[in-house]
Design a protein around this ligand. Structure first.
Ligand code: NAD
Length: 284
């Protein structure tokens, strides 16, 4: 892996924090769009895995000379301090308000004022996170969808403090990625997840009744509603631990029992059945 600290500052550098589903996917689309990417994780091991995964994805979708070109703009670090050469930093870590708040407290202490700080949160309050940021004007939500290379929409979520410059920079980034922005004020789950998680929870409650299977529900939704994936396939794809966190956050923020997480989902996560490349509703 290259040492990015030696390559100097670039006006096109995006810092990504987190090497899970979204950190990897965002790194790929940003590299494809010509940005330099500084990817931060907590351990060298996680970075080595991310390096392998990103290179494999690029090999599947690009010619070999392009893969080499993209890889030359990807750097790795375990240190927050190496992110200060970024123009924008997008946080893609676990969907937990305390962990994200801690991350932004640290970033806002060490990053020069001109660096824009963004979160890819699916459900947490942009207003609440911004209260922990020294200069909240530079903070914004940039919510990409999974799989990032296919999904056109990006929800851009502002707080009452977000500056015009921060918003315009986020909009211009989304445009360079050839995606469509929808600008919103912060509210629980924004638009897409507010609707999606009502639907996913109802599918879980239907399953819990015991006389309809995951396969039947998925088939009905794909053929009857023309969705590309059924709700159980989609939850495995998102990650059941992330789904549970989103459900809990929406339940807490709205007080609406329709977001109260199903016992089935809670049990699966506590048994380590979290989907993605591991066992979930289906075997992967
Ligand atoms: P993930 O579980 O795949 O990855 C989470 C990352 O956070 C990992 O790199 C992990 O090492 C890191 N992490 C875990 N605990 C941490 C801690 N205490 N401190 C620092 N880092 C920690 O999750 P993901 O699916 O990539 O989700 C990341 C963010 O993106 C979340 O806010 C999620 O809501 C959002 N998001 C997810 C999806 C999706 O479909 N999975 C889609 C859009 C947005």
């Amino acid at each position: 892996m290259e040492d990015c600290t030696k390559t100097g500052v670039s006006v096109n550098t995006i810092g990504i924090i987190g090497t899970g589903v979204m950190g990897i996917q965002l790194s790929v689309i940003l590299l494809q769009a010509g940005f330099n990417v500084m990817l931060k994780s907590r351990t060298d091991n996680a970075l080595q895995n991310a390096d392998r995964e990103i290179t494999n994805i690029l090999r599947r979708i690009e010619a070999s000379d392009r893969v080499k070109h993209h890889r030359s703009r990807l750097c790795f670090t375990t240190k927050f301090s190496d992110l200060v050469t970024s123009d924008i930093i997008i946080e893609c870590i676990v969907e937990d308000i305390l962990v994200k708040t801690q991350c932004f407290k640290q970033l806002s202490r060490i990053c020069p004022d001109n660096i824009i700080l963004a979160t890819n949160t699916s459900s947490l309050s942009i207003n609440e996170i911004s209260e922990n940021i020294l200069i909240p004007e530079r903070f914004i939500g940039i919510h990409f969808f999974n799989p990032a290379h296919k999904m056109q929409l990006v929800e851009i979520i502002t707080s009452p403090f977000t500056s015009k410059h921060t918003l315009e920079t986020a909009l211009s980034l989304v445009k360079k990625l050839d995606k469509i922005s929808l600008v919103l004020k912060s509210s629980p789950g924004f638009i897409v997840n507010r609707l999606l998680f009502t639907f996913l929870n109802e599918a879980l409650h239907l399953l819990e009744q015991g006389n309809i299977s995951e396969e039947q529900i998925d088939l009905a939704v794909k053929l009857g509603l023309n969705h590309p994936m059924g709700p159980f396939e989609l939850m495995d794809f998102i990650g059941l631990d992330t789904c549970l966190s989103i459900m809990n956050n929406l339940h807490q923020a709205t007080g609406n029992p329709q977001f109260s997480p199903s016992v089935r989902l809670q049990n699966m996560v506590s048994l380590g059945k979290i989907g993605r490349d591991r066992e979930g509703f289906y075997h992967h």
